[in-house]
Design a protein. Structure first.
Lengths: 153, 377
């Protein structure tokens, strides 16, 4: 009797595991960080090094348009992935670097947004604005243009 | 050359009302800034660098060298951009003075090529181009002697009013090259110290020409490391009759060449520079030349517990025999060794203790400094 129960439990666990694997895959597929601009922005391509330059206070001009970085702080995981894969610096070093660039050249620090909706509205309204977001957050937004995938989990 | 001198004279005597209004705004706005939401960026940006320090000295003539007269300072940095136009103002509000240290209006001709007009820090100083007046962003409390500001007993002009061109571009796969060239009105030697053109105070006048340049190789175009060369020529009018008598000349030309290096690893940071200065006493009855050199090496190590020990060695050559250096007998340190510890109390505040031993032309002393510094917002 006890052996049957143990087998039943094992089968239940295996079934649950099999059911959860696709869900986990779907969840992982959602973790895609993309580079976004306004749909009105004339820029169609930006290299990762240009994104890094822009976020570190150097100027990037495309089609006679000086680009402006907006920082997406709406999600800790997104910010962490952005620092690791685009900026290639820990948070403290990045903050200090931005302070130095402002002190040295008057370079503006990226404007911070803690809410996705506000960030997307700001990007949509400014053809010179550049930011990052989760792909799922901008997939249905016609005001936003995705330039490239920056990172996927 | 005469027209150039006339022009410099006009610039030197000009004290535009707009500058005064700007200064008043910069001084009056900290409370407003602090009240604002932390929402930096956009077209304007602000930073405040407050700091306060205490100092104790022992040794021969220990009470003599008191070049760090400001015990509490707030450095206010403001920048504004509109398309390719950029404005930058750095105002220092200290317990004994208020002055706009930098007031620059710039145009971005192309990507990372900026032309500026105004009062700026001359680009041949390795330390000051990096840290400016932002005390929080330099690990040590003191700056090296040869990099000192004019009103702290500095020997080399640091604030120049004129034109500055800065550019940076890619070199190789990841590297870059940064070049800066500046030219304008040099400080005059007045009342025992170098005196640049002031924005807020009355100017003595008689300023002559200065030009300076810097070229740096950056192993990573967007990184912090650099190695490079600097060169400068400053024509200093000696207005102070006592110093003119000491020099036997009322016109001194300083030719400066130097090299610098800065490397920042995960834990270790190193910053070093050396300058060789040729001094020409141009209007002496028999024009003569002398030279001296000065440099420093600073090493820092970051630790996981927000503590950063650091040490610096400063040395000089021939400075003890230089007539030019002797106009700052109490201030210029021929040699200095120091060590210290910085504790980053929070993400924007630090406490630093620094102990040093120094030798000037007329004194030897030991000193201990304690400093609090911060950056807001």
């Amino acid at each position: 009797m006890e052996r049957r129960l143990a087998v039943k439990r094992l089968l239940l666990l295996l079934t649950a595991a099999l059911l959860l694997v696709p869900a986990a895959r779907i969840r992982a597929a959602e973790q895609v960080m993309v580079l976004i601009v306004s749909a009105d922005c004339p820029v169609t391509h930006l290299d990762v090094i240009d994104v890094r330059k822009l976020y570190l206070g150097l100027s990037v001009i495309r089609d006679d348009l000086p680009l402006r970085a907006l920082e997406n702080r709406s999600d800790d995981r997104l910010h962490e992935a952005f620092l690791q894969n685009v900026i290639a610096m820990p948070a403290g070093a990045y903050e200090k670097r931005l302070l130095l660039m402002m002190l040295q050249q008057g370079a503006h620090r990226p404007r911070l947004f803690t809410r996705t909706a506000e960030l997307l509205a700001a990007v949509a309204a400014d053809p010179s604005a550049v930011s990052v977001a989760w792909a799922k957050d901008v997939a249905q937004d016609r005001r936003i243009k995705v330039l490239r995938v920056l990172w996927r989990d | 050359m005469r027209h150039m001198r006339d022009l410099l004279e006009i610039i030197a005597r000009a004290r535009p009302a707009a500058a005064l209004a700007l200064a008043a705004t910069l001084v009056a706005t900290p409370a407003v800034i602090l009240a604002q939401e932390h929402h930096h960026g956009g077209d304007s940006d602000w930073l405040l660098f407050p700091s306060a320090q205490g100092l104790a000295r022992t040794g021969s003539n220990a009470d003599e060298p008191q070049n760090d007269h400001e015990w509490a300072v707030v450095d206010v940095l403001f920048s504004h951009s509109l398309g390719r136009f950029r404005a930058l103002a750095e105002t220092e509000v200290a317990t004994d003075e208020v002055e706009i240290e930098r007031l620059q209006f710039g145009w971005e001709f192309s990507e990372n090529t900026l032309g500026w007009i105004g009062r700026f820090h001359q680009p041949s100083s390795a330390w000051n181009i990096e840290h400016h007046h932002g005390q929080y962003l330099q690990t040590a409390i003191t700056r090296p002697n040869i990099e000192r500001w004019e009103d702290e007993g500095g020997l080399i002009p640091q604030h120049v009013t004129g034109l500055l061109l800065e550019t940076r571009g890619a070199l190789g796969a990841n590297g870059g090259l940064a070049v800066a060239v500046g030219g304008g009105a040099a400080p005059v030697l007045h009342d025992g110290s170098l005196e640049p053109i002031y924005v807020l105070r009355t100017n003595t006048g008689g300023h002559r020409g200065s030009w300076s340049g810097r070229i740096a190789y950056l192993p990573d175009l967007v990184g912090d490391d650099s190695i490079g060369l600097v060169v400068a020529q400053h024509d200093v009018n000696v207005v102070d009759p006592n110093v003119a008598a000491l020099f036997g000349a009322n016109d001194v030309q300083l030719d400066v060449v130097g090299a610098f290096a800065k490397f920042a690893g995960q834990e270790w940071r190193l910053q070093s520079a050396y300058y060789y200065v040729d001094v020409h006493f141009v209007t002496a009855p028999t024009p003569r030349t002398e030279n001296f050199g000065a440099g420093y090496l600073q090493i820092e190590r970051s630790t996981a517990v927000r503590l950063t020990p650091f040490a610096r060695l400063e040395t000089s050559a021939n400075a003890g025999h230089s007539t030019y250096v002797s106009f700052q007998p109490r201030e210029f340190e021929l040699r200095r060794e120091l060590a210290g510890l910085r504790w980053d109390v929070s993400h924007n505040q630090a406490l630093t203790i620094e102990a040093g031993r120094a030798t000037t032309l007329i004194a030897r002393f030991n000193e201990v400094r304690l400093q609090w510094s911060a950056v807001w917002p």
